[in-house]
Ligand binder design. Structure first.
Ligand code: FAD
Ligand code: 5PR
Length: 373
């Protein structure tokens, strides 16, 4: 029997149409599986602002045929720059790997369109309430469906995870940033490397951070960090334009735009478990490896692990053995990335400059598709 014939009858049920769920679904559908994705939201869309991506994500996106659409909608950032207390610290260039940024919605659309082209069936408004070790998905409607595998890609509050009684070590982390998209206002900014990602830090007289991420010619992703003072007040709650202008005057046009734009606040959280595979149910993405975004690898790891899971299964003759081998390869890299991101976040180490490219390169260079193609 040919590989195509062998995999033709295979079926996967996926919980969650986020980056992880759509990535694994696309890879499986392209390998001839039938795939049904359940999304509890009534619309297929991404919330939030922008995203930085590195080489590891692009290799995964190439493997499912979504890279060209991502490249067309994203900006190649020549370098990652750091400024501290008004002084230039470093301009780090990723010499041998790609760094690009785009809006979350553009990334989502690119992957969603590829999933649809591959024939993935996506049901919006379909909530998953659990799954079993034997590969049955349980829906909020009461329907149950069996599959060769069930994928729990239902994000940080995963119901698939809790239904399997997997209790993650979930660590909330103190910091968090407010994120938004504003117009780039390139013509109003002074001289500068405005296509770079620029990380502006200030510790004197108080901690303030602006992460400047140009996503295309039109959209700029800004993330703002600040601490509350002893009286509990924060220059982000509400947005105090004057504080930000005083701290980062070179950003005046985009800070002014930010003051009339509403942002999203997400606290940082890490989710770690001993195992990602429970019989025929597999967890991937934030449901099992949420991480703090200091290395901008959360979505990257979700996409890489989703794609590599799909690629591994696409040539599998023994699903249980394939799942075990896949998680042995994927888990250590991702879990190390969680540890490194958290350390960097806690120490606010990025403010010192000269460490971003070194710190991320282990993960950015990891080729999740190696050995599967
Ligand atoms: P999610 O994106 O959470 O998707 C889960 C999906 O499942 C959602 O659509 C949800 O509606 C659905 N769902 C949930 N429960 C159910 C259910 N019971 N039934 C059916 N559907 C369900 N990563 C980067 O690589 N670069 C960055 O620059 C970056 N910046 C970030 C900034 C912030 C503020 C945050 C919070 C994260 C950032 N990340 C970044 C991380 C990245 O956003 C996440 O790691 C990534 O979205 C995880 O994808 P996912 O598919 O696993 O989960
Ligand atoms: N730090 C970095 C980063 O890329 C992000 C965040 C913090 C380096 C995500 O874009 O919190 O959003 C963040």
């Amino acid at each position: 029997m040919s590989m195509d014939a062998m995999t033709a009858q295979r079926h996967a049920e996926v919980a969650g149409a986020g980056f992880a769920g759509l990535s694994v679904a696309t890879a499986l559908a392209e390998a001839g599986w039938t795939v049904r994705v359940h999304e509890k939201g009534t619309e297929l869309r991404e919330e939030g602002a922008g995203i930085l991506m590195w080489e590891n994500s692009f290799r995964a996106l190439e493997a499912i045929g979504a890279y060209d659409a991502v490249a067309a909608r994203s900006l190649p950032n020549p370098s990652y720059d750091t400024w501290l207390d008004g002084d230039y610290v470093s301009r780090e260039r990723p010499a041998d790997f790609r760094l690009r940024s785009l809006t979350r919605q553009d990334l989502y659309t690119a992957i969603l369109e590829q999933a649809e082209r591959a024939g993935v069936e996506i049901l919006a408004g379909s909530e998953v309430v659990g799954a079993t070790r034997s590969g049955t998905i349980i829906l909020g409607s009461g329907e149950e469906a069996s599959a060769e595998i069930v994928v729990g890609a239902d994000g940080i509050g995963s119901k698939v995870r809790s239904s399997l009684d997997i209790r993650p070590d979930g660590r909330p982390l103190g910091d968090g940033m407010i994120r938004m998209l504003v117009p780039r206002h390139k013509d109003q900014l002074g001289p500068g490397e405005w296509d770079d990602v620029i990380d502006f830090w200030r510790f004197e007289p108080r901690f303030l951070r602006v992460l400047y991420v140009p996503c295309n010619e039109r959209d700029l992703y800004l993330a703002f960090g600040a601490d509350r003072d002893e009286s509990g007040s924060s220059p982000l709650d509400p947005f105090d334009l004057q504080t930000w202008l005083d701290a980062f005057p070179v950003l005046a046009p985009v800070l002014t735009a930010a003051s009339s734009t509403s942002g999203f606040y997400h606290p940082y959280q890490t989710v770690v478990t001993d195992s990602w595979v429970n019989g025929r149910t597999v967890l991937v993405g934030d449901s099992v490896h949420a991480m703090c975004p200091a290395l901008a690898q959360g979505a990257g790891q979700a996409i890489c692990n989703g794609v590599s899971l799909g690629l591994a299964l696409s040539t599998s003759t023994d699903i249980d053995e394939t799942l075990a081998a896949w998680s042995r390869r994927a888990m250590p890299v991702t879990q190390r990335c969680q540890v490194v991101s958290e350390q960097i976040q806690k120490q606010r180490a990025l403010s010192q400059g000269n460490i971003v490219i070194d710190a991320v390169s282990e993960f950015a260079r990891f080729d999740c598709t190696a050995g599967y193609r």
